[in-house]
Design a protein around this ligand. Structure first.
Ligand SMILES: *Cc1c(COP(=O)(O)O)cnc(C)c1O
Length: 456
């Protein structure tokens, strides 16, 4: 315990926070977490905050889940980590076996890493080498989408669409073919045309199925995702689905791809894979892709890529238990019920507010887009701060207020989140505009294409 101010001072003196202007860090009143209970984080002064953003989209079942805690403890009594390079580990094998029937990839093989960005890099490099291993040297490009976010390493940043202040790195990014976000009208045709025109140069098309999270929850119809996959197939282009954000139940199915009726060649998993406990990510390759890497020992067909903590045993153990609990607790039924409740409450109490331009929701992924009447009002930042003030932890994407509660959220907690967000919007915006106007429908599909920038 201790007072927040002194912890913030010690924080600034020693820690550099990502996507955070350290000169403004203290002014933005950060929450300094000490511990947690259920879905609430508790700060160094004992104040409680409902974790309505799942600790930046990773927490699924809540914090300090006894079963997950126990899985880590049990694995500690075996081994914390052993290398996956040339050797195996029992719990990693068990995890891959448990994931195999659940992921939307044919006869999958799992290459583990620690962060989503690293798993995206692996997917990009695998797609590239898949072709060179077959003697095809012309397929060296990727098709990616407007509004895309795939991580912050140079390769993942390259397939991403920039923004969040990352444009400064443009000279380092490799060029990709970019097609409009699938949340925009005409985007399927545009992507089809790009694939037709450049089909023989493309190694892969990479996309976030159903929801572009970092774009401010830009939504696309499942058949748009399926249509892009079909076009890619016609031209022999590999399909990479980045489900780092959408995976593990957020969209109402275990994977967003499950709603699209297709099987990508490569699937990228991260964030929720350990329930938010430990850093783990995975690149999932179909057997057809994986088998192109088979050859003589020490030959150039090998995938020469690996990370020190690939397949960390503690992370694998908690990921395995997490997958079991999703079934044992029938977590997806709660996601269905709470998503419906959230949609009802948002359309009744938030979408109708005058400062709200649009509410976008897919499962338990929500973006509430505010429409400030002028630049520089920082509505997103201020509404989030007003929520935190009321004990609900929110972090915006620009002027999009993101709500992404843990999958085990209760009906009462959903009500608390919506009440808090509505009150915060009213408090922040009422001096600027009147509070309520007639219905703005909650769209369950396409956005107006506006992408949130800054305030990642
Ligand atoms: C968060 C995210 C990533 C990057 O994952 P990190 O673990 O932060 O590196 C990649 N793709 C998508 C869609 C994401 O939301």
């Amino acid at each position: 315990m201790g007072d927040v101010e002194s912890w913030i001072e010690r924080d600034i003196a020693n820690v550099w926070h990502g996507f955070t202007q350290m000169a403004a860090y203290a002014d933005n009143r950060p929450v300094i977490v000490e511990r947690a209970e259920g879905r609430e984080l508790i700060d160094v002064e004992g104040r409680r905050y409902l974790d309505a953003i799942s600790s930046l989209w990773v927490t699924t079942l809540g914090h300090r889940v006894p079963e997950l805690d126990q899985a880590v403890r049990d694995q500690l009594d075996r081994v914390a980590h052993s290398t996956m390079l040339g050797n195996g580990n029992r719990v990693v094998i068990e995890l891959a076996e448990a994931l195999a029937p659940r992921v939307p990839v044919d006869s999958p093989r799992f290459l583990f890493a620690s962060d989503g960005a690293a798993a995206v890099e692996q997917a990009l490099k695998i797609a590239f080498q898949y072709w060179t291993n077959q003697g095809v040297t012309t397929r060296t490009r990727y098709l990616a989408f407007g509004g895309a976010y795939h991580g912050d390493s140079i390769g993942s940043l390259s397939v991403g669409d920039g923004g969040f202040g990352t444009d400064i790195f443009d000279p380092l990014r490799f060029p990709v073919l970019r097609s409009p976000s699938l949340s925009e009208p005409g985007a399927v045709e545009a992507a089809g045309d790009a694939i037709s025109a450049h089909g023989t140069e493309l190694a892969a098309v990479v996309l976030e199925p159903l929801v572009q999270g970092a774009a401010g929850m830009a939504l696309m119809p499942p058949d748009a995702v399926a249509a892009v996959a079909a076009a890619a197939r016609r031209h022999g282009v590999l399909v990479i689905h980045d489900e780092v954000a959408t995976g593990f139940g957020r969209t109402g199915t275990l994977f967003a791809t499950d709603q699209c009726g297709i099987r990508p060649d490569l699937l990228v998993l991260g964030k929720g894979i350990t329930g938010g406990y430990l850093p783990l990510s995975a690149t999932v390759a179909s057997e057809a892709v994986w088998s192109e890497f088979l050859g003589a020992d020490l030959s150039e067909r090998t995938f020469y890529h690996g990370h020190s903590y690939s397949g960390n045993a503690l992370a694998a153990a908690v990921a395995l238990r997490h997958l079991q609990l999703i079934d044992e607790w029938d977590v997806m039924a709660n996601v269905t019920d709470r998503s419906a409740q959230l949609a009802t409450r948002l359309s009744r109490d938030v979408a109708v507010l005058d400062p709200v331009a649009e509410v976008r929701q897919c499962g338990l992924m929500v973006g509430i887009e505010l429409a400030p009447p002028a630049d520089g009002l920082r509505w997103g930042r201020r509404v989030a701060a007003a929520c935190v003030e009321r004990g609900v932890l929110i972090r915006p994407l620009g002027d999009v207020v993101v709500v992404m509660p843990p999958l085990t959220i209760t009906a009462a907690e959903i009500d608390r989140i919506v009440d808090t967000v509505a009150a915060a919007i009213h408090e922040v915006t009422s001096p600027d505009v009147p509070a309520v106007r007639d219905a703005t429908p909650v769209s369950d599909q396409s956005s107006d294409g506006t992408t949130a920038r800054a305030d990642h």
